[in-house]
Design a protein around this ligand. Structure first.
Ligand code: NAD
Length: 290
């Protein structure tokens, strides 16, 4: 069996370091990092994610301000809230939990956030900065996945990396970061021909598809490092209870992969830890602290 990449333990260590940094920012610089978290509507998964983020902030000594808006909120109202948060010097990070209800254009919302407060890293200018290697705010899930990969493998230079999925929040930024580390990167997606063969060429295989158990064990090269980004809720056929599974057929894949992230306990905790990382970085940058 391949090695389990313990994202939960890594995230806990990262958060301990961040908590120490927050404590010294408070005592030495009178700076308390603060994130505003905006949730529109009642989507239960979104509410769970927001709750987990707020809880992590509390553990680290980061201030969080929750704005829970009604599902009928107009785009204009949300943009007006973002404007006031952009102009509030006590707020260093702004996160609008996606998806937003359909009367609101998510691109307009993302691009209204000040790029230096864009702790999700989705603003078009942060995406462009990353594309030319001038990383500012890097999206949390790919950032956390890269931390796990570099911890596991060290130098990634020259490795064949296949990213399955081309979303703006995971697949594309993941490919950009792997390219920055001199991997030979292939981005596969729903139109890719002979996906199993493409995956078999991967030293690093990143699955960000959103389909439970999509990547099969015989798509994985012996010894490859597998990062499973997927978070899918399925009903367990035996217990009837809901549980979380990834995009990789983990039980079979773990015997082929050299190292693999589990779901839960892999990439998920890293996403929240990296949100904390970005918030501390934003607070320091906005306050002129190197
Ligand atoms: P998305 O739906 O925006 O994108 C899915 C991508 O998968 C698309 O680019 C599509 O081309 C590709 N795809 C779909 N069907 C395919 C097929 N049959 N063959 C090959 N490619 C196919 O999803 P997303 O937002 O990128 O999220 C992907 C998964 O990651 C989801 O399970 C999501 O819940 C999870 N996720 C996890 C975290 C985390 O913190 N771990 C964060 C974000 C997303």
């Amino acid at each position: 069996m391949g090695k389990l990449i313990d994202g939960k333990a890594f995230a806990n260590r990262l958060c301990e370091t961040l908590a120490e940094e927050v404590a010294s920012l408070k005592s030495e610089k009178q700076l308390t990092p603060c994130i505003a978290v905006v949730l529109v509507g009642e989507d239960p998964a979104s509410a769970t994610y927001v709750g987990a983020k707020v809880k992590r902030c509390e553990q680290l000594g980061i201030d969080s301000r929750s704005h829970h808006l009604d599902v009928t909120t107009s785009e204009e109202e949300l943009l007006s809230l973002i404007d006031s948060l952009n102009n509030d010097p006590a707020v260093h990070g702004i996160l609008v939990q996606l998806p937003v209800p359909k009367q609101i254009n998510s691109e307009a919302v993302i691009n209204a956030i000040s790029p230096d407060k864009d702790v999700d890293g989705f603003h078009i200018s942060n995406v462009g900065a990353m594309a030319v290697g001038q990383n500012n705010m890097v999206p949390c899930t790919p950032l956390g996945s890269m931390m796990l990969l570099e911890d596991e493998l060290g130098d990634l230079s020259g490795l064949n990396a296949v990213v399955v999925g081309r979303s703006n929040i995971v697949g594309k930024p993941m490919a950009t970061l792997l390219l920055q580390k001199s991997c030979t990167v292939t981005v596969a997606h729903s139109r890719t021909k002979d996906l199993p063969a493409v995956c078999r060429g991967a030293d690093i295989l990143v699955a960000a598809v959103g389909i439970p158990h999509f990547v099969k064990a015989d798509w994985i090269k012996e010894g490859a490092t597998v990062i499973d980004v997927g978070i899918n809720r399925i009903q367990d056929p035996e217990t009837g209870k809901n549980r979380l599974v990834g995009d990789v057929d983990f039980d079979a894949a773990k015997d082929v992969a050299g190292a693999i992230t589990p779901v839960p306990g892999g990439v998920g905790p890293m996403t929240i830890a990296c949100l904390m990382y970005n918030t501390v970085a934003a607070a320091k940058k906005l306050s002129g602290i190197a």
